[in-house]
Design a protein around this ligand. Structure first.
Ligand code: MRU
Length: 347
């Protein structure tokens, strides 16, 4: 599978971040170059870059863009004050995916552990750390795929919601990693991609990247999932996650909870694939996960076309929480395990 990198740092510390502009897909594959933290903030906010692991990487690289502005002659106290201010600014962008805050905190912690080094060495250290986060995510996705590929039914169907693929991560994806590795191993299967209203990540992005890889994909409207399950066309469901609480309750794209309920009603296993950076053990249950609400126009419109009466009142939560009891197992780079084993896996 050789899709272009979703996000990468080009050049040295004075270089820039290049990302695929996902708002233009599938019509056009184009890149945006970001040289300032404000450009990264905007790219995350409007979903040019999206998906929990990818926004973690973008946040980390954005923080490097912010602090590389500081003069090497700046006092360290000023450096740390600015680092924390920019960390909070970036974290404010999207609240649900824990990967963003996780990556930003990792950079701040790395800097604190090297207090006294001086501003330029700290800038270089954080630049290294941000690129390491990207590389580690690529490795985690590969491991998730290897651990979970056997769950993809040979000769059967798998349903996924939103996009938890290469576009949502450094490479390969989480839910889609299982499918990419199963495909590499010669399994033949059919993917059903929920379109995923309001922003159509399934129809626009999952269908696009699976097609690029030569994997059979059928797009369905969100309200068709029950029918394909009832007809026996789906043997398992795999989704990604934005935050997994300690008890296994899982926030993911709005609509995931409904799919999990349908899977339970049809006795179909429901799997969640996510890297360790998506597990939030400080969050006891789904009750504490902050759910992002997005602009009303995302529901009032499809693309530029208005589909409701002007000013219709709408509700637009970007994520929902699937209770742990509906999740058959999690697949992370640490293996395949049920919700009851989360605490021991992360000890
Ligand atoms: O709003 P988005 O497109 O960022 O939402 C993405 C999802 O919900 C994904 O399923 C999740 O981030 C996992 S990506 C590996």
């Amino acid at each position: 599978m050789s899709l272009p990198r979703t996000i990468e740092w080009l050049g040295d510390l004075n270089g820039h971040v290049r990302l695929i502009d996902q708002t233009l897909l599938p019509g056009r594959l184009a890149f945006v170059d970001c040289s300032t933290v404000e450009q990264i903030w905007e790219a995350i906010k409007v979903l040019r870059v999206r998906g929990a692991p990818a926004i973690g990487i973008a946040g980390a690289m954005g923080l490097v863009l912010a602090i590389r502005q500081l003069s090497p002659l700046e006092a360290e106290a000023g450096f740390f004050a600015e680092l924390e201010r920019q960390r909070d600014y970036l974290a404010s962008c999207r609240p649900t995916a824990v990967n963003l805050r996780w990556a930003l905190d990792r950079l701040v912690r790395a800097a604190r552990e090297h207090r006294g080094l001086g501003v330029l060495p700290l800038q270089l250290l954080l630049w290294e750390e941000a690129r390491k986060i990207r590389d580690e995510d690529a490795a985690a996705c590969r491991a998730i795929g290897e651990h979970g590929a056997h769950l993809i039914p040979d000769g059967g169907g798998v349903l996924t919601h939103c996009n938890a693929g290469s576009l949502a991560t450094a490479e390969l994806g989480t839910a889609l990693a299982l499918m990419y590795v199963a495909h590499e191993r010669g399994r033949r299967f059919q993917v059903f991609a929920d379109e995923t209203r309001p922003l159509l990540q399934g129809a626009r992005l999952t269908a696009w990247e699976l097609q690029q890889a030569g994997i059979a994909v059928t797009v369905i409207c969100d309200n068709m999932a029950a029918t394909v399950m009832k007809r026996g066309q789906v043997q398992c469901v795999v989704t990604g996650a934005d935050r997994i609480a300690a008890n296994g309750d899982t926030a993911n794209k709005i609509g995931t909870y409904g799919v999990a309920l349908l899977a339970r009603a049809h006795r179909i296993p429901f799997y969640v694939a996510a890297p360790v950076s998506t597990f939030d053990l400080n969050c006891p249950s789904g009750e504490q996960i902050p759910i992002e609400e997005r602009a009303a126009d995302e529901v009032r419109q499809i693309g530029d076309r208005i589909i409701t009466p002007a000013e219709a009142t709408v509700y637009n939560p970007a994520f929902d929480v699937t209770p742990a009891e509906f999740i058959t197992a999690f697949i992370s780079e640490r293996g395949v395990f049920p919700a009851s084993e989360i605490r021991q896996r992360f000890h």
